[in-house]
Design a protein around this ligand. Structure first.
Ligand SMILES: C[S@@+](CC[C@H](N)C(=O)[O-])C[C@H]1O[C@@H](n2cnc3c(N)ncnc32)[C@H](O)[C@@H]1O
Length: 388
């Protein structure tokens, strides 16, 4: 039985009081409180968010293969950096599955690298930190793990990794009307939260869309993730030398803001049900939007981040040896039913349509590393499969 709450009256009261005092609030602020309020925010307050008992699955919760393949890339990056100490930062590590799979792979396959690496976890959730400590206990005991606040990070030499982090940043929600661009605000009327359209809260929204060359048709809605641009600038400034790997669902701007996407991409997740209503289940549902990878790429450039790979997750994983690893795992599985289940589970990571393979993208950027050939850039033609 799932005993997790469906709403948070304290958070609702807080939002209603803010609205009563100051008038309707911009959607970006509403979403910020719903997800990050220091006491009742969805990501901050105790809750099982990921997995069967939670609200959604992620690639790293699907199978350890995801982390093991990522380790291949991380290992090559560590070789390229060839520094004495190697730092791998993961922001938004959730339950810590990815960290565990990467650290396990490092300990087994590259003990020399393992001994000089530090895995730094950056999280906002109060409860997940405890669960991460438990899950990663052997690696914590080995002195390989530490926790930090994003603001504390500086002068990094290593890899900065995130998986499904940026989609959770609060976004400005806009709608193109015949009178011009309007922003969605949230009001409290007739006993419920309701939307209201007002003039944009900041001139940055229109400047941002203009810089991307985006003009929305009348009636279209879209999200503008200014926090993602600021975040990537911060990441670039914090990295002295190394790589940034950003994995998330999203598109380049031209595709994200294509006229056919009339309602934008805002999506809520609650107990494995999706909905498009961010005003319900306040503080008890995940609210996300697809990531604009053009903005991420551009925002890193002034800080010295050069794009090295951008593509769908299935291409990234195949470059890292997904097919070969699947064949190896299957060959080691004597039970045909279990082998079939393994295949079906792993298919999720690369399936173009229903799975995580196509909508999920990977952006790899490098700073002060030149343009090294990376394993993930390996093309499909380079994959050699045994015949027969
Ligand atoms: C969708 S989960 C992904 C978890 C994990 N990366 C995985 O693959 O399973 C997003 C995680 O990011 C965390 N998070 C969200 N915003 C954050 C922020 N600004 N800084 C650090 N962590 C954040 C949330 O608490 C949550 O654990």
């Amino acid at each position: 039985m799932n005993l997790q709450p469906d709403s948070k009256p304290q958070l609702e009261d807080f939002l209603r009081r803010c609205i009563a005092e100051r008038g309707s609030m911009s959607f970006v602020e509403f979403m910020g409180h719903c997800l990050y309020h220091p006491e009742w925010g969805y990501y901050v307050a105790p809750r099982q968010r990921i997995g069967k008992e939670g609200d959604f699955f992620t690639s790293s919760s699907v199978h350890a293969v995801f982390g093991r393949l990522l380790f291949r890339q991380v290992r090559q990056m560590a070789q390229i950096l060839a520094a004495e100490a190697f730092t791998l930062v993961e922001q938004g590590a959730g339950e810590g599955h990815l960290a565990l799979d990467i650290l396990d792979a490092a300990a087994e396959q590259a003990p020399e690298l393992y001994r000089r690496m530090t895995y730094v976890l950056v999280e906002v959730g109060s409860d997940v930190r405890r669960r991460q400590e438990q899950l990663l206990a052997p690696h914590v005991a080995a002195g390989r793990v530490r926790w930090a606040d994003f603001e504390q990070l500086d002068g990094l030499e290593g890899v900065f990794l995130s998986n499904e982090l940026v989609d959770a940043f609060p976004v400005h929600l806009v709608e193109q009307t015949a009178q011009g661009l309007r922003e969605v605000y949230v009001d409290w009327r007739d006993g419920e939260f309701r939307e209201e359209l007002r003039a944009p809260s900041t001139a940055r929204i229109e400047t941002h869309l203009a810089e991307l060359g985006v003009s929305l048709p009348v009636g279209n809605r879209a999200e503008v993730n200014l926090a993602a641009a600021d975040w990537m600038q911060d990441v670039a400034a914090k990295l002295r030398r190394g790589f940034v790997i950003t994995i998330d669902y999203g598109y380049p701007a031209a595709e994200l803001y294509a006229p056919l996407r009339r309602n934008g991409t805002l999506m809520c997740y609650h107990r494995h049900q999706t909905s498009e209503n961010p005003l319900a289940h306040v503080g008890c549902q995940d609210i996300t939007s697809h990531v604009d990878f053009t903005t991420l790429q551009r925002s890193g450039e002034p800080g010295g981040l050069r794009p090295l790979f951008f593509g769908p997750q299935y291409r990234f994983l195949m470059g890292l040896g997904f097919v070969e690893m699947l064949m190896e795992l299957e060959a080691r599985e004597p039970d045909p039913n279990r082998a079939r289940n393994l295949r079906l589970t792993l298919k999720n990571l690369i399936m173009p349509e229903a799975g995580m393979g196509e909508t999920f993208k990977v952006l790899v950027q490098g700073k002060e590393v030149g343009a090294p050939p990376l394993h993930c850039q390996r093309t499909l033609a380079d994959i050699r499969l045994p015949l027969g």
